[in-house]
Design a protein around this ligand. Structure first.
Ligand SMILES: Cc1cc2nc3c(=O)[nH]c(=O)nc-3n(C[C@H](O)[C@H](O)[C@H](O)COP(=O)(O)O)c2cc1C
Ligand code: SF4
Length: 944
């Protein structure tokens, strides 16, 4: 966060390599080396000549803003942190950047400006943590808004901003102890300024407002912070209990040095209504209740038009701590309220503080955080009192002796101190308790509290916490008797962008890439190999986009809702099936123009024969799932349904379907928690119950294992024991598909196993199953039945259900894992007419063709299709070693050792060039191209 820092007046020296401007500044920009003449502060102005290659500057959102401004010839624009400026050769446009108000730029040893200390006056720090992107989105919105308001006001001479730095940081990037206690750099800044240039020190502080620290924090499992950010709370707790740190170390008698804090917490009562926003509340409570930070006072009627442009007008007060609940669905609105409160407070406070400080003598400059090291010295704080001069400015410290005094009430007249129930502020226990925190953290005057009780009940904040989240959910339901639609317009937009065709309010279809593949005669998916479905007649759909998990490998990247149970508007199953088929067929029609489409298949594809209810979400949650399945059977469409094993009762209640899957993503409760990130606390027990339910289903059941290397590929014995619970007919082992990088997942290409690794895993699993059989005589025998190399998939099947002696060679097995679909439809119909009619797995099996059998030369590729090899740089290999170096050419002939060594060198060179990086390029139609040195000879393309 704060490397060795120093001022860089007046020139910013950008290093020869890419430079990062780390904070926010108004930049005046001219082309052709002509200096800007608009600088209002010559002393503070800094100029630098750099060559910027506009076109190759990294195209982050921020860069685009930068380049657009450059290209449109605007002279003023804002550069904020994390913009890469890439100096280029002499042919690039020569652009001069003149920086105003740059006296607070801090650079590290590499001459790269970096973040200011959180406690530096004039600094606004937004610290966020985020795993699935919500809080990072909110935080950058706040950042942008504050940049706009604070910096644009600084460029206007009538309303000078007293904030110079607005910085956005990740909670996990900061050593919070160091930042808040060992504040050496901030002190050094002050001291240096003081020693070297007293006049400047006065200017510096006269023009600056108190530091502000704003948190945007999510709630993670059991009300904690996400693992990478947990140190924040630990550090705060440590500071508050360390005997070497004086009480309330963040309290300062100088209003301009007093840290102000605000926090916005996100959570979801779907996970746990008792923990929503807990990390934000805890952080806020410790900072304010124990460490002496002050809540950022939210202005109410004084909110200026400049601050609130959304029409909310600033009529109402909002609070420094507010909580959004994604389950309730109004988190956006609550965030906006909080943000508007923050912005208006900063604008009004900043003007007021500037006014006040102009009457404050330089001697009242307070020291925040006298930097001593944590380990070897006692840490004490200097807590200077407000002096007469500051009283002159309207400050009225009434009982500073007892240290409980300076509960500055800034929403009244300029910078006044008052004693607003200080005992509560200091009573840490009270602060930490749910509802009692309400009063403890309130920083508003009585008038505001009154008003709050009258009219501001739509604002969810700490004053209303405790059980209020539950109340809010239920009152939302009460006030709106009609259940809500599952997918919000925003979610719908995101899903549509990803190629989902939404049906009604909670269902979707999407064309699977294998459908197109097989239409072009390039092979079907693993369900074709293992079970004989026709991929180009298979419709991938879901009747519930919601589910009760947030799996790390989820395709949907968490753009749709979560919920433990169904609580949404329920669409008619017939309509869903009709619309799904209609949408699917219209997508088939669109494939007509794709090169290589086989017209006979294309015509057949207009008749849907299979439905894979596995797209995303949890189909079994849909309350009318049986009716929907029945509708499909009526249309002679086979039914494959995948459930995540969180709804055992629904499994029990399910009518006979063609094939029922339970996803088994982990073999221990801990890894299930880490991988599936379930809403249910008893997720592990639910999974076990679901598997047990399979035992009695009668039809084909599958335990589906998605292998995520490094996450769930160990503890194979645990999988065998889970399979034993359900005596599943089949065990499908499949390597995880990498769906591109996302905020929601730390998964990378390295977690994707090679086919040979999946085979290895499957063999070990078989050995473990056999081990279970030695102690459990009821456990059926399994064996490796099929494989589909293209999808890194291996099928284990029960010998008693799917193997018969080979008529040509009775010493061998003949597999019958394929499905007689017509027979299934006949049996299902009979059962529908007469529920007492039962049928079982063996009643609708069909022979597995030899090419699909495990170990066949075809590796699961249907020989009636043409294997298509991508026309890329390395199309000529069929086998690879464990590092991805080719060992066999396209005719499966072994390569010479020299050739293998040459290829290895090529890969090593590429690895050196790329470092550890993996790039993902989205192709037309949702496919993603991975560039990863270890995959360079595979030309790997993954699907969505
Ligand atoms: C694995 C996981 C566990 C969660 N646990 C909780 C919880 O215990 N309590 C809660 O209120 N919200 C919980 N949530 C909901 C998140 O706080 C919420 O989705 C938030 O918006 C996530 O923010 P982010 O997208 O910035 O990571 C959890 C979310 C996930 C994915
Ligand atoms: S259960 Fe399925 S839809 Fe839900 S998060 Fe996991 S992979 Fe995604």
């Amino acid at each position: 966060m704060a490397p060795t820092s120093r001022d860089v007046l007046p020139i910013i020296a950008l290093s020869a390599s890419a430079a990062v401007l780390a904070t926010a500044y108004i930049i005046h920009l001219n082309r052709g080396g002509k200096k800007s003449s608009t600088s209002s502060d010559d002393d503070a102005a800094a100029a630098v000549d750099v060559d910027i290659d506009i076109d190759t500057a990294r195209r982050s959102e921020k860069d685009i803003a930068l380049s657009n401004n450059i290209q449109s010839g605007k002279s003023d624009f804002i550069i904020h942190r994390e913009i890469d400026i890439i100096p280029q050769n002499s042919s690039g446009a020569n652009i001069e950047i003149q920086v105003q108000n740059s006296d607070t730029i801090v650079v590290d040893d590499d001459d790269q400006p970096t973040c200011k200390r959180v406690l530096s006056p004039g600094t606004i720090t937004i610290a966020y943590s985020s795993t699935t992107g919500t809080c990072s989105g909110f935080a950058s919105r706040l950042h942008q808004t504050l940049l706009h308001h604070t910096l644009s006001s600084s460029s206007s001479s009538s309303s000078p901003s007293s904030y110079r730095v607005v910085q956005l940081i990740k909670v996990s990037d900061v050593d919070w102890w160091d930042e808040l206690v060992n504040n050496e750099d901030a002190d050094d800044d002050d001291n240096n300024n003081k020693d070297n240039n007293n006049k400047k020190t006065m200017n510096y502080h006269h023009n600056l407002s108190p530091p502000i620290l704003l948190f945007v924090l999510p709630t993670w499992t059991n009300g904690t912070l996400p693992p990478d950010s947990e140190t924040l709370l630990h550090s705060l707790q440590e500071i508050s209990t360390d005997w070497r740190v004086a009480p309330e170390p963040l309290r300062s008698s100088d209003p301009k040095c007093q840290l102000k804090v605000g926090a916005f917490g996100m959570g979801s009562s779907a996970y746990d209504a008792t923990t929503v926003g807990k990390p934000a509340k805890d952080v806020f409570a410790i900072l304010v209740g124990k460490l002496g930070a002050r809540p950022l006072v939210m202005a109410r009627k004084s909110i200026g038009a400049a601050a609130v442009r959304d029409g909310s007008g600033g009529e109402k007060k909002s609070k420094s701590l507010m909580i959004g609940d994604s389950e309730v669905g109004d988190a956006e609105i609550i965030f906006e309220k909080w943000m508007n409160g923050v912005v208006s407070s900063i604008i009004t406070t900043s003007d007021r503080v500037v006014g006040a400080s102009s009457r404050t003598v330089a001697g009242s400059v307070g020291k925040v955080g006298s930097g001593r090291t944590k380990t070897n010295s006692t840490i004490k704080k200097e807590q200077p009192c407000c002096n007469d001069d500051s009283n002159e400015a309207g400050c009225a410290c009434k009982s500073s002796e007892n240290g409980l005094d300076d509960n500055v009430n800034e929403s009244s007249t300029a910078g006044c101190c008052s004693s607003n129930n200080p005992e509560k502020m200091n009573n840490a226990d009270e602060v930490e308790e749910g509802d009692s925190m309400t009063d403890s953290l309130s920083d508003d005057d009585e008038e505001e509290d009154d008003e709050d009780s009258e009219g501001d009940d739509d604002v969810l904040d700490v004053e209303d916490m405790g059980d209020v989240i539950k109340k809010q959910s239920s009152s939302a339901l009460k006030s709106n008797k009609e259940p809500q639609e599952m997918v919000t317009p925003k979610q719908a937009k995101a899903l549509k962008k990803e190629g989902y065709k939404l049906i009604g309010t909670h269902s979707a279809v999407k064309l699977c890439r294998w459908t197109k593949h097989q239409l072009r005669g390039r092979g079907g998916c693993y369900k074709h190999t293992h079970y004989g479905i026709t991929s180009y007649q298979c419709m991938e759909a879901t009747p519930s986009l919601a589910c009760a998990n947030k799996c790390v490998f989820c395709w949907r990247h968490h753009k749709n809702p979560v919920g433990r149970e169904w609580r949404w508007k329920t669409d008619d199953p017939k309509m869903i099936v009709e619309e799904a088929v209609k949408e699917h067929i219209s997508m088939i029609k669109e494939t007509r123009g794709i090169p290589g489409i086989q017209m006979d298949r294309w015509t057949e594809a207009h008749t849907v024969r299979h439905c894979a209810l596995s797209l995303v979400g949890e189909p079994i949650m849909y309350p009318k799932i049986n009716e929907l399945l029945h509708e499909l059977h009526e249309r002679k469409i086979s039914t494959f349904l995948v459930t995540n094993g969180q709804h055992p009762q629904a499994i029990n209640d399910l009518i006979p379907i063609t094939q029922l899957y339970v996803s088994v993503d982990a073999s221990t409760p801990e890894s299930l928690e880490a991988i599936d990130r379930p809403l249910f606390r008893d997720a592990w027990d639910r999974l076990k119950s679901s598997l047990s339910c399979l035992k009695n289903k009668g039809q084909r059941t599958v335990a589906r294992l998605t292998v995520v290397k490094g996450w769930n590929s160990d503890e194979i014995g645990g999988y065998a024991r889970l399979i034993a619970l359900g005596h599943c007919s089949l065990v499908e082992v499949k390597g995880v598909t990498f769906c591109g990088k996302s905020d929601a997942s730390t998964l990378t290409m390295s977690n994707t196993p090679w086919h040979h690794e999946v085979v290895e895993f499957s063999k070990l699993l078989l050995a473990e199953i056999n081990a279970v059989r030695t102690v459990d005589s009821s456990m059926p025998e399994y064996d490796l039945a099929c494989e589909h190399k293209h999808s890194c998939s291996v099928l284990l099947a029960r010998v008693d259900q799917f193997a018969v002696p080979d008529p040509d060679d009775p010493s061998k097995r003949k597999w019958r894992t394929w499905i007689d679909y017509n027979r299934f439809q006949f049996l299902a119909k009979k059962h529908a007419e007469d529920p007492t009619f039962k049928f079982g797995v063996e009643d609708y099996v069909a022979d597995t063709p030899s090419w699909a059998v495990f170990g066949a030369d075809e590796e699961g590729f249907d020989p009636t299709d043409n294997r298509h090899r991508k026309k890329n740089k390395y199309p000529m290999y069929t086998n690879f070693d464990e590092e991805g170096i080719p060992t066999h050419d396209s005719f499966n002939e072994p390569l010479s050792l020299d050739e293998i060594s040459r290829l290895r060198n090529l890969m090593d060179e590429k690895k050196k060039r790329m470092g550890d990086a993996t790039t993902v390029t989205e192709l037309h139609g949702g496919e993603k191209m991975i560039d990863d040195a270890s995959l360079m000879f595979r030309g790997l393309v993954v699907t969505r």
